[in-house]
Design a protein around this ligand. Structure first.
Ligand code: NDP
Length: 487
């Protein structure tokens, strides 16, 4: 990273991309300018990959997969390397946090928490590397029936802009634990921390040939990456329509693919809940990261008998959220990522009004950057577009329900099924509703839906496959049956 002046005289940080572990400062794709969304100014410039860099990355990764350069390192030693990655990420936590605040608009408090979380993911898979076991299966024939887990081959990893540092490790750490070479394509809006992370991987001891980080347009570099026959496995996080497009793109090569996509998750508040605790917590489950979260509980289903009280209390709590400069430690909600992303949310607020719902609070723009105050939409029903479509902004739609069955019906009346929360003191109800709502993750009396140790992913149009936990290791290996005859 170096600091240089742009033609207009402003100072920017310049970053290379990584091809087979090597820093490339002048790439054939030119350069990519990255803006601070809180002030709408270019702060960073990164080399952008073109076809030549992609080809070089794939040649190196393919050769590494064929020679077993990384997979032949013992799983225990691969784990040791990942542990060094985690240590280095903790040492450089503040540098990573500041880069995320500057380029993704995350609040400094969130960014510091995320710095620890990304190190934790590498720690977890460092420990898991030598515990991804095969099996010995009894057969009628004399001999040994072995089921091995072998590295899948070159992995093409594509990540979005909303949580650049959280999501890249969910793919990189299990892939590297399994001994596979990786080619990572970050989102064009937020490529910087991905390049920094790639540098840490190589410094910690992952073979250079196995690490490429290629900022570049999804429509060209991303598409060429996923359709290349040398790529054995694609792991993608992003929009549901992009995900389904990629499924079709990889079909001719039967490339393995896992998808973590959009959501329209529900928080369900029953009248028996600790309503004070629920109203205190709920704003963070939808407005954190300015609502740009695939797990955002962007539908709030409230039992009719307490609907008006909950709407009033939620609006009052929401208005107290501190929206502003993400570098300020008191800030709870920073800017949205871009003008276009904010415009989409504003458009949905207009749609809500035109469909007969009421914007009870929020929806105001302020400052130089892409700020939008969190909005509560009440008087809504589940047929409205604000209840059905992923807005990916700070907007919650509050819908009344009559009883348990009605709550489950409304929650499941969605093309998505990623996350959710139940607020209730009734354990039986928590079990009944928690199992009946068709989402990959459901939390009871807490917002949090992602834990490193537990599988994470969605039903329906929210995705395919699970990240995190030990289950993620299956994505980066193939099952291989080996029979040793005793005859
Ligand atoms: P995309 O799904 O388009 O982008 C996610 C990643 O995929 C980026 O790295 C992008 O690259 C890449 N990509 C895009 N098109 C292709 C392609 N054809 N082949 C391979 N890679 C591709 O999301 P956007 O960033 O465009 O956001 C669009 C909307 O999606 C948002 O407004 C939001 O509503 C939703 N979204 C949902 C997310 C979720 O986790 N549920 C995450 C991000 C967005 P590049 O950045 O260069 O385009």
């Amino acid at each position: 990273m170096s600091e240089t002046a742009m033609t207009d005289g402003s100072e920017v940080l310049r970053h290379p991309l990584l091809v087979a572990g090597e820093a490339v400062h002048r790439a054939t794709g030119g350069e990519l300018r990255v803006s601070d969304p809180s002030i709408d100014l270019v702060t960073d410039v990164v080399a952008q990959a073109g076809p030549e860099e992609l080809e070089a990355a794939l040649v190196a990764a393919d050769r590494a997969a064929a020679t077993g350069e990384w997979s032949s390192v013992s799983a225990t030693d691969r784990g040791r390397v990942l542990r060094r990655v985690a240590d280095e990420l903790r040492r450089r936590a503040e540098e990573f946090a500041l880069a995320e605040v500057r380029t993704a608009g995350h609040t400094i408090a969130d960014a510091r928490w995320e710095a620890g979380a990304m190190a934790d993911v590498f720690d977890y898979y460092a420990g898991a590397a030598n515990k991804h076991l095969g099996a010995v299966v009894p057969t009628p024939d004399p001999g040994l029936g072995l089921v091995l887990r072998v590295p899948v081959g070159v992995c093409g990893l594509i990540v979005p802009w909303n949580f650049p540092r959280r999501i890249a490790p969910w793919k990189l750490a299990p892939a590297l634990a399994c001994g596979t070479p990786v080619v990572l394509k970050p989102a064009s809006l937020t490529p910087i921390t991905a390049v920094m992370l790639g540098e840490v991987l190589v410094e910690a001891g992952v073979p250079a040939s196995c690490v490429s980080v290629l900022p570049g347009p999804g429509s060209s570099i991303g598409e060429s990456l996923v359709t290349d026959p040398r790529v054995a496995k694609v792991s993608f996080t992003g929009d549901s329509s992009t995900g389904s497009h990629l499924m079709a793109q990889v079909a001719p090569n039967v490339t393995r693919i896992s998808l973590e996509l959009g959501g329209k998750s529900a928080a369900i508040v029953f009248a028996d809940a600790d309503l004070e605790a629920a109203v205190e917590a709920i704003p963070y489950s939808v407005f954190a990261n300015a609502g740009q979260d695939c797990c955002a509980r962007s539908r709030l289903l409230v039992e009719r008998s307490v609907y008006d009280d909950v709407v009033a209390a939620l609006a009052a709590r929401t208005e107290r959220l501190v929206v502003g400069d993400p570098t300020d430690e008191a800030t709870e909600i920073g800017p949205m990522i871009s003008e276009a992303q904010r415009a989409t949310s504003l458009e949905y607020l207009d749609i809500a009004r035109s469909e007969g719902a009421e914007v009870v609070c929020g929806g105001e723009t302020s400052g130089l950057g892409w700020y939008l105050s969190p909005a509560v939409v009440a008087g809504a029903d589940n047929s409205m577009r604000v209840a059905r479509e992923e807005i990916f902004g700070p907007v919650v739609t509050v819908i009344p329900f009559d009883d348990e069955a009605d709550a489950v019906r409304i929650a499941n009346d969605s093309e998505y099924g990623l996350s959710g929360t139940l607020w209730t003191r009734d354990l039986g109800r928590a079990i009944r509703v928690g199992t009946a709502v068709r989402t990959g993750v459901m939390s009871v009396n807490t917002n949090r839906s992602v834990r490193t140790e537990l599988p994470f992913g969605g039903f329906k149009r929210s995705g395919l496959g699970r990240e995190l936990g030990l289950a993620a290791l299956d994505h980066y290996t193939e099952s291989k049956t080996l029979f040793l005859s005793a005859d």
